[in-house]
Design a protein around this ligand. Structure first.
Ligand code: FUB
Length: 485
């Protein structure tokens, strides 16, 4: 190879490599550090309850539990804080550890580990909360092992709660789901590599106990049984540990014909520093079973994540906080309900994966606000520097929660694409976005879209960005190779 050809080859390799790193889709949440995934399939949707590592955490600093939902396993909608730690009046100030939520008889029961205090239960009429503590005290307060609850209701209606680190325990929950009978049982057949984070479930008549395997680093191990109370037979590793990742914590579901294993890594922390900090990030990959019910061993979390199920319909109103990958933005509570995307600065972007524009889109609406002078939403296809199919100008609205709808024409968007909103403007925060929507029509093949503003009221400034919800994490979308193992 000549020197010139080698240089071109090398540059091409770097470009390919960078595009793989920058447009990775695992970890699935980038706006916050999340851990201890507890996925629940309900009403055709995946509800992913998570614990939350604060942006400035060095050790464990966990103040609330979060919720994300998805119907395609790649675009996740942020529902914010589902329950604060002080939903338990008896809690300490720092220990909102692992949780799991389950549905029974019209109510949702969320079992939560409160570090050093025990396991509490919260109840709600809706999977979105609000959740309240019916007991006013821990449900389980047995020993300092009392973390990482996992709950399952068997076909005969008997519910079980498993938990513990380093011992593993279970109780039989009563039908009210907030009390138990028969005392606390310690598992004598605990698998030899069991550490913490049990995930208890049943599939095709067989019982599974997956868990974070011996610390540290933690992989995922599992055991199987013919009975919900064991004895448990160790079956091996679902996933080997990885030296780049101290912890792990399984959450396993079947959804739309596939099986998925959730866990976490430290990829976003490692993108900032090689220093270990408890700033974790939830990942998901597809998992498969062998004919005898054993689990096919998975590699460490991929950077590509699970494949998308179907496509996203852009012709219905989509919450802006429905994100596959982002760079730079944050989310906060929205005055119009739910969450909005915030902290948008020049050069930031959001990726929404697998959007089906079908025969074409003719216009784009976005619900926006700005206490500054706004900026532009560049609507691009397939990459943050991909083809521009429209540009929506946002001007000041007089407040970060003063919402108006802005529109622009769109041309050249047909078929299925990854959609990128690339944000441009001056310095500082540009604007917020609550939701967006395209209008379907036959798209013109040209890519020069003209601007069309439909609503431009400029109310009196009423608010400044709320610092309570602003996170100081600023991701650039790059992941260290050290973590891409
Ligand atoms: O997130 C706090 C603790 O770290 C969890 O309870 C454990 O499973 C480990 O993931």
């Amino acid at each position: 190879m000549s020197k010139k050809v080698s240089i071109v080859f090398f540059i091409a390799l770097i470009l390919i490599f960078e595009s793989v790193i920058c447009f990775a889709d695992n970890p699935i949440i980038q706006t916050k550090f999340t851990a201890d995934p507890a996925p629940m399939v309900y009403d055709g949707k995946v509800f992913l309850y998570t614990s939350h590592d604060e942006d400035d955490a060095t050790g464990f600093k966990m103040l609330n539990w979060l919720l994300y939902t998805s119907t395609d396993m790649v675009n996740w909608t942020d529902h914010g804080v589902i329950a604060p730690l002080n939903a338990f009046k008896w809690a300490n100030s720092n220990g909102a550890w692992a949780s799991q939520c389950i549905y029974r008889n019209g109510k949702f029961y969320m079992y939560c580990a409160v570090q050093l205090k025990g396991i509490g239960v919260l109840v709600s009429d809706s999977p979105y909360g609000p959740f309240t503590d019916p007991l006013g005290k821990p449900l389980i307060n047995n020993s300092l092992d009392d973390i990482d609850p996992t709950v399952f209701i068997d076909d005969d209606g008997q519910a079980y709660l498993y938990w513990g680190n380093p011992s593993c325990y279970y109780v039989k929950l009563n039908k009210d789901m907030i009390s138990y009978s028969g005392g606390i049982n310690k598992i004598s057949s605990k698998p030899s590599d069991y550490q913490e984070g049990p995930w208890f479930y049943k599939r095709n008549g067989l019982y599974y106990l997956a868990y974070a395997s011996t610390c540290c680093p933690e992989g995922i191990g599992y055991a199987m049984s013919n009975s919900p109370t064991g004895p448990w037979t160790w079956k091996g590793k679902v996933m080997d540990p990885n030296p780049a990742s101290s912890g792990n914590h399984p959450g396993i579901i079947d959804y739309k014909g596939n099986s998925y294993c959730f866990g976490f890594n430290y990829a976003l922390n490692l993108a900032e520093t090689s220093t270990h900090r408890e700033r974790r990030s939830i990942c998901v990959d597809k998992m498969t079973y062998n004919a005898d019910g054993t689990i096919t061993k998975m590699p460490w979390w991929s950077t590509s994540g699970a494949s998308q199920i179907g496509t996203l319909n852009p012709f219905i109103q989509i919450e802006a906080e429905t994100i596959c990958w982002e760079s730079g933005v944050e989310t906060e509570v929205c005055s119009e309900g739910g969450m909005n995307v915030s902290n948008i600065e020049n050069g930031d972007y959001i990726k929404v994966k697998g959007v089906d524009f079908s025969s074409g889109a003719t216009s784009f609406d976005a619900r926006v606000s700005s206490a500054n002078s706004g900026g532009n939403i560049e609507i691009r296809l397939d990459s943050p520097t991909g083809k521009v199919v429209g540009t929506c100008a946002v001007s000041g609205t007089g407040g970060w929660q003063n919402w108006v709808t802005k529109s622009c024409t769109v041309s050249g968007a047909t078929g299925i694409h990854d959609l990128y909103f690339k944000f441009t403007g001056g310095s500082g925060f540009l604007f917020n976005i609550n939701w967006w929507k395209f209008t379907q029509g036959i798209s013109s093949p040209t890519s020069t879209a003209t601007l069309k503003h439909t609503l431009t009221p400029s109310p009196t400034p009423t608010s400044t960005p709320s610092s309570g919800n602003i996170l100081d994490l600023k991701h650039d979308g790059a992941i260290n190779m050290a973590d891409v193992i």
